[in-house]
Ligand binder design. Structure first.
Ligand code: C2E
Ligand code: CA
Ligand code: CA
Length: 898
């Protein structure tokens, strides 16, 4: 009973809270000691009747007191140092206490005789009882299972019994009859009742204490189990208890999951197992414990190692655990923060990548918060503006950033404050809350600024240096709208400009005028002096035109040697005449270009809105028409477009249309004009002159249509018809007069021209030496090499070649020099002017002298009177042609013979 009570109470005490443990153990000591004492005296009472024993109260109660003291101290000792060994020591002490109760208790026995002791039995009672108790207590304090506790009960009961039985055996009672030895003491019955009552009292008390303790214990046990399950079950947090020396004494599920160690692997092992080797060598585990002790907690972050050697990032907290100010160990809580650390590292990587990206991006970058204050500026921004980085300070507003930038840039460039203010104002005017703007900061910097709102209310502004792009765009724009050679506007730009001007209502006193300017002799300059001189002439004309136009208009080059000017001029005719005079002066001049004396001549046509055209297209077209008229009428002059001109140009168009059908309709015929010897008046040949008989226009001279035929290419077919018809007709003449045929430049440069001539001669049967072709010097200039090549082949056939209209071209002598002509025909204008002009007479004289020196016959055209003929005679001119000898018509000899 007593042993079982000890077991129950001991177990209940051990499972109680730390603060109550001591009281429980003390109670257990009192109860157990009293129970042993009571049992002892119950046994002694059994002897008392037989041996007439009495008991001395002093030793009886002393044994109880000593027993209580002994058990109390023993269990206290057990509480103070837990563990198997401590329990064994406590058990030893309990055994001694049991022996003390027994032997001091037996000293209370009073007997009429001698109480003798067998010392060896007494000692063996003490030794055996003590040893059995030493074995019993560690077993009794085992809580993990019931078996050892039951064994403990047995050992403790055996201990009590061995002490009691061996103790009683060691006593010898020897009766001494007749001698009164009995002293005054407690009667055995009284003591028995006392003991029985005390035992019952103590037993009941013990039982009630034990029962209440037990229910409290159950509740506590349940809570403790629940809490323990909670702690043990925590899967994400590793919780482990370590003892004061660092050995693991408790291990939860979270710890198992985190480290891979099972409870059985790790319990009792040192917690440094989780550290890396270098940390272990450095003594980090010990330092951790020390820090936890000194500072109340130790927190760290670092790698920890799993059972399989892999490592993880851990957040570790260690805190000491005390019981009544006594350190009993540490609780160590470990979180696996690998994922968080990786996320942080990833974020850091992104952050540093972003920083690198923003620092190296082409654009400057400014980030504003929702209050419009600068949060971040990248390094490029300062470089774009050429200002120091430190002027950009977080917290600045956009306006402050702009001011600081402009001021700093102005200071760096050494420009004045006013200039900075102007730029700042300009930038401010371009600033919008969102979107893209381009701003010229100064002549060296153009930036594009892009503002974008962010979802958080902030704003991101990027700034890009687009100076080069801007300049390139300007250059491109210039190239697209200007002529590369002269720098004037080109045709398209001029048209757009004119459209814009035309759309604007002009001031009351002004009208819009368009002039077309065309150089008359540009082709010749190009051919004779080369393209470099031609280009220089165009540049010279452009510069002079721009000067002439000034601010009142715009000059453009439409292409080739054609220019255009638009200007607002006064309404009066005199204003137009002044405008025209300025332009004609600008293109008619003599100058030296690239060491060559160049004479520039140009014709000007002007159209004035609204009479000159009701659309821009009509204005240009009419100015062009006026220019062509001016060119044919008077070189180097100007004409203003009028209604009559328009009518004529319409007729011209109709004439062109009619010309296409003239050959098919057989509307052409040839008139022949006689060529005579000056001295005798004898006819030696005829020149074939083309006529066009049109049903509506009447009979037209070649001046009216040959140019048009040359322009549309009909001249080839017409010229072939002339040559073949003239040859056929001449072959039929009675007399073998010479036949002169005019050949256009276009015809002469055709590769098969000589074949055409051969064919005409063969077809007609006309001997080659009767045919003479007349060419003007422009023929030679057009395509000199091919023309000369064809001329040589024709000459080789025996056909002779005359140079026509001599003296009117640009360089007649050059032309004369380039080919062995057979005749020179002096242009009729010289003879017709000769009566009034000494110069003309001089020219005739010179050409005649030239002919004589070159041994070339010279024919003078335009002989209209006896007087003309007399002049030619006086100058000893050989041949002549003109109305005086006969108008173009039928051939005289045929008429005579007919
Ligand atoms: P051209 O070769 O100088 O021809 C002479 C022109 O002078 C002819 O004009 C003739 O009628 C004119 N004429 C002759 N004597 C006199 C005179 O005493 N006084 C005046 N005022 N004029 C005189 P036409 O027939 O109108 O021919 C003009 C030009 O047309 C010719 O000038 C010639 O260059 C060209 N032409 C004529 N027929 C042909 C042809 O079949 N083919 C080509 N390609 N051109 C031709
Ligand atoms: Ca001629
Ligand atoms: Ca002529």
């Amino acid at each position: 009973m007593t042993a079982a009570a000890l077991a129950v109470m001991l177990q209940s005490a051990l499972s109680s809270g730390r603060e109550r443990l001591r009281i429980h153990l003390l109670t257990t000591g009192i109860v157990v000691a009293t129970a042993i004492w009571a049992a002892q005296f119950l046994a002694l009472l059994a002897y008392s009747a037989r041996y007439e024993l009495t008991f001395l109260p002093g030793p009886a109660f002393a044994s109880l007191a000593l027993g209580v003291l002994g058990f109390g101290l023993s269990l206290e000792m057990f509480e103070y140092r837990r563990g198997r060994l401590q329990a064994a020591w406590a058990g030893l002490s309990c055994g001694l206490s049991t022996a003390t109760i027994h032997f001091v208790g037996t000293m209370s026995v009073s007997f009429r005789g001698i109480v003798a002791r067998d010392l060896s039995l007494a000692i063996s009672a003490v030794v055996i009882g003590t040893l059995l108790s030493a074995v019993a207590l560690p077993l009794l304090s085992r809580r993990d299972s019931r078996g050892p506790a039951a064994l403990g009960i047995g050992f403790f009961a055996a201990s009590m019994l061995s002490v009691h039985i061996l103790g009683m055996q060691s006593i010898r009672l020897v009766r001494l009859d007749g001698i009164e030895l009995v002293q005054k003491g407690i009667a055995p019955l009284e003591l028995g009742l006392l003991v029985a009552f005390g035992s019952l009292l103590l037993g009941g008390w013990a039982l009630s204490v034990s029962m209440s303790r037990h229910s409290f214990q159950r509740m506590l046990g349940r809570h403790t189990r629940e809490f323990s399950h909670l702690v043990h079950g925590l899967r994400d947090t590793a919780i482990c208890m370590i003892d004061t020396r660092g050995h693991v004494v408790s291990w939860n599920e979270g710890a198992r999951r985190l480290t891979g160690f099972n409870e059985c692997d790790i319990l009792g092992r040192h917690f440094e197992r989780f550290y890396g080797e270098s940390e272990r060598l450095r003594g980090s585990p010990a330092d951790a414990l020390k820090t936890a002790l000194d500072q109340g907690a130790y927190k760290t972050r670092g790698y920890r190692y799993r059972k399989d050697g892999s490592r993880f990032w851990a957040d570790v907290t260690m805190e000491p655990v005390y019981d009544h100010a006594k350190l009993i160990g540490f609780v160590k809580i470990t979180h696996d923060i690998t994922a968080r650390i990786e996320a942080e590292e990833h974020l850091n990587q992104i952050r540093s990548d972003l920083e690198a990206a923003t620092a190296n991006m082409v654009q400057g970058l400014i980030l504003y918060d929702a209050e419009g204050r600068v949060k971040m500026v990248n390094a490029r921004l300062a470089r774009i503006f050429g200002v120091p980085e430190h002027i950009f300070v977080p917290g600045m507003t956009e306006e402050e950033i702009g001011q600081a930038t402009i001021r700093s840039r102005a200071a760096m460039r050494g420009s004045c404050d006013a200039e900075a203010e102007r730029v700042a104002a300009k930038l401010k005017s371009t600033s919008r809350s969102e979107g893209y703007v381009q701003a010229d900061v100064d002549e060296d910097l153009t930036v594009s600024i892009n503002r974008r709102m962010l979802p958080n209310g902030g704003k991101v502004v990027t700034v890009e240096d687009v100076t080069d792009r801007h300049k390139a765009a300007e250059r491109l724009q210039f190239m697209a709208t200007h002529d590369a050679l002269t720098g004037l506007l080109n045709r398209e730009a001029f048209r757009r400009m004119l459209d814009a001007e035309f759309a604007m209502a002009p001031p009351d006193d002004k009208v819009l005028a368009v002039a077309i300017v065309d150089l008359d002799l540009f082709k010749e300059v190009n051919d004779i002096h080369g393209h470099a001189v031609g280009d220089a002439l165009l540049q010279e004309v452009s510069a002079r035109l721009e000067d002439a136009v000034g601010n009142s208009g715009i000059a453009a080059r439409l292409g080739g040697d054609e220019f255009a000017v638009l200007a607002r001029i006064g309404k009066d005719d005199i204003d137009c005449a002044n405008f025209a005079a300025r332009l004609t002066n600008a293109v008619n001049f003599t100058t030296i270009l690239l060491h060559k004396a160049i004479q520039s001549a140009g014709s000007v046509g002007i159209a004035v809105a609204p009479d000159g055209g009701e659309t821009t297209k009509a204005l240009i077209g009419n100015a062009d028409l006026a220019m062509y008229r001016a060119k044919t009428k008077l070189r180097g002059g100007w004409l203003r477009y009028n209604q009559k001109m328009g009518r004529r140009s319409r007729e011209q168009r109709e004439l062109q249309d009619a010309l296409r059908n003239a050959l098919d309709r057989d509307e052409f015929y040839l008139a022949y004009q006689s060529q005579c010897l000056v001295q005798t008046g004898q006819v030696f040949g005829y020149e074939a002159l083309l006529r066009w008989r049109h049903e509506r226009f009447g009979t037209l001279p070649p001046d009216r249509f040959v140019k048009a035929a040359e322009e549309n290419g009909l001249i080839l077919a017409i010229g072939e018809w002339v040559l073949r018809t003239a040859c056929i007709e001449a072959a039929a003449w009675q007399a073998p007069h010479k036949l002169a045929v005019n050949i256009s430049a276009i015809q002469l440069i055709q590769p098969d021209f000589h074949q055409l001539v051969t064919h005409a001669l063969l077809e007609s049967g006309l001997p080659a030496d009767r045919l003479e072709i007349e060419i003007t010097e422009s023929v030679i200039i057009t395509d000199k090499n091919r023309a000369l090549h064809n001329l040589r082949r024709i000459k080789a056939l025996g056909v002779s070649v005359a140079i026509d209209d001599f003296g009117t071209g640009y360089s007649s002598l050059d032309t004369l020099n380039s080919f062995e002509f057979d005749k020179i025909k002096i242009d009729r204008t010289f003879l017709m002017d000769a009566k009034r002009s000494e110069a003309s007479r001089a020219i005739i004289r010179a050409v005649l002298a030239l002919g004589r020196s070159l041994n070339l016959p010279v024919l003078a055209e335009g002989v209209e009177s006896e007087e003309d003929l007399a002049l030619l005679r006086a100058e000893q001119c050989g041949e002549a042609q003109g109305f005086y000898f006969g108008r173009p018509g039928a051939v005289e000899c045929d008429r005579l013979s007919a």
